[in-house]
Design a protein around this ligand. Structure first.
Ligand code: 5AD
Ligand code: SF4
Length: 461
């Protein structure tokens, strides 16, 4: 009997990848995806713990799922509720205390055991004549790698994610990742190459390599007893026929080694767009954050990358209002932003994460000041993004169309710089790289016309 599986994914691309693998993992158990939680036999929240807001959202969504669960039970059905991901890892048992109607709590490193957990819950229910027992919590960091137990990826998207590295040993003082995702681990290069070839065979044209600290990658090389860094791995991936675009995220400035910088100059498939979080432009705060580099080191890396690949553009992450941040520190951040000139960026107010060193630092910055600084930073970043988008007007950009849009007849694609290009065009172009003459640059998208086919169709923003 087919069962409905509802998965809600929060947070980063790594969670998106994990949710895809969970879907593949549960397919042999007859689970198929549904968008409608009221019809689900199993609902999974794949959670994010990076900032407080994301965590609060999980508990309010759990409340909503509970209502669906009650309705299903009143109708004689059942809905199992599971919480996975980083909140599950961090909170463990606490989730069952706050939400006793949850059956399974599992961390990012144990989701390969989900079929076992589901069987265990079913056994409990049988022995209690249909009544759910106490939920199962599995938040180990197991010795075995989940990747060895997962079925081959079945992603059929034009642009696919491939997780190559997990965890983090950097311990930036604001960040929970080293606690929720565990120690750094790199998958063997051979496994990554097999998965990448399979994704391309299934139709992917673009692969984004994922890792919390992706450029710290140091995986076992195929056949020889040595390790490959990310630069070497990218070279090998670039030789896969049919793989037209490569990206990787998220990187740490400390791990931008020369091989990787060279790779940007050598590999045409490696897109000229790099997400390289800096967090702040203040040396005092970089030190307090334990980022282990100064602002000038970051600017130096940007210069070297621009020399290797002159058309490269950058995106970054920023935190405003880290404990002790002064007006001068904030100005340093704005100054760094002016010097780099970003094509895109994400910026956040510092959010206290319990258990992290910064969480208990003195001199927490008042909320109103955080808000003011965030707006000032975002104004500058938005201005830069829009200006960058306008620099593409009049140029021809190869656009990879990934899916149909919400507006009938519209398809959506991305330039090498991750700029969205909505276009009214035949659906068969989804999955193709098409040259587009850019006519307009907006704040968040580009508009253009196809120039390399016989179809003179215009895009609509
Ligand atoms: N508060 C605010 N932002 C944070 N990030 C990580 N931890 C925190 C925190 N405690 C941001 C960083 C990181 C991105 C993924 O999330 O900018 O690069
Ligand atoms: Fe968190 Fe820092 Fe590791 Fe990135 S490098 S995951 S910000 S601890």
């Amino acid at each position: 009997m087919i069962k409905n599986l509802y998965i809600k994914t929060y947070g980063c691309q790594m969670n998106v990848y994990d949710s895809g693998r969970i879907k593949d993992l549960l397919k042999p158990l007859n689970y198929q995806l549904t968008d409608d939680p009221s019809q689900a036999d199993l609902s999974i929240l794949n959670t994010c713990h990076i900032r407080e807001k994301a965590e609060q959202k999980v508990y309010s969504d759990l409340g909503r799922l509970r209502q669906h669960q009650t309705t299903r039970r009143q109708q004689g059905g059942e809905m199992l509720i599971a919480v996975g991901g980083c909140v599950a890892q961090a909170e463990g048992d606490e989730i069952l205390r706050q939400a006793p109607y949850v059956s399974m709590v599992f961390g990012p490193q144990t989701y390969h055991r989900l079929p076992e957990m589901i069987a265990q819950v079913a056994r409990q229910q049988d022995s209690k004549k249909g009544k759910a027992g106490r939920g199962i919590v599995d938040t180990d960091f197991p010795i075995e790698s989940k990747f060895d137990s997962l079925p081959a990826s079945q992603s059929t998207s034009t642009s696919a994610f491939l997780s190559i590295q997990e965890g983090c040993d950097k311990f930036c003082t604001f960040c929970v990742v080293p606690y929720t995702r565990g120690a750094e681990y790199s998958r063997p290069a051979k496994d990554i190459l097999i998965e990448a070839k399979r994704l391309v065979e299934l139709g992917s044209k673009e692969i984004t390599l994922l890792g919390q600290n992706v450029n710290a990658y140091h995986g076992q090389a195929p056949n020889v007893n040595q390790e490959w860094g990310l630069g070497r791995l990218l070279l090998e991936l670039a030789s896969i026929e049919g793989l037209q675009r490569l990206r990787y995220t998220t990187s740490h400035p400390r791990d931008m080694d020369q091989d990787l910088i060279d790779a940007h100059g050598q590999i045409p498939q490696l897109m000229p767009f790099l997400h390289l979080p800096v967090q702040t432009g203040s040396d005092t705060l970089l030190k307090a954050m334990n980022r282990k580099h100064a602002a000038k080191d970051y600017l130096g890396i940007i210069d070297r990358l621009r020399k290797a690949r002159p058309d490269i553009a950058f995106s970054s992450d920023f935190i405003v209002g880290f404990p002790g941040e002064t007006q001068k520190d904030h100005q340093d951040t704005l100054e760094l932003v002016r010097q780099v000139n970003f094509a895109q960026a994400y910026s956040f107010k510092y959010s206290i994460r319990p258990g992290t060193p910064a969480g208990s630092m003195d001199q927490q910055v008042p909320e109103a000041i955080k808000t003011e600084r965030l707006y000032e930073l975002q104004d500058l970043l938005n201005e830069q993004q829009w200006a960058f988008n306008r620099t593409k007007v009049g140029t021809v950009q190869p656009v990879l169309f990934e899916r149909v849009g919400k507006i009938p007849g519209q398809i959506l694609g991305k330039t090498p710089y991750m700029q969205s290009v909505p276009l009214v065009a035949p659906q068969r172009l989804v999955g193709s790289l098409v040259d587009i003459l850019v006519k307009e640059g907006y704040a968040n998208s580009l508009m253009g016309v196809i120039i390399d086919s016989n179809e003179p169709v215009a895009s609509a923003a």
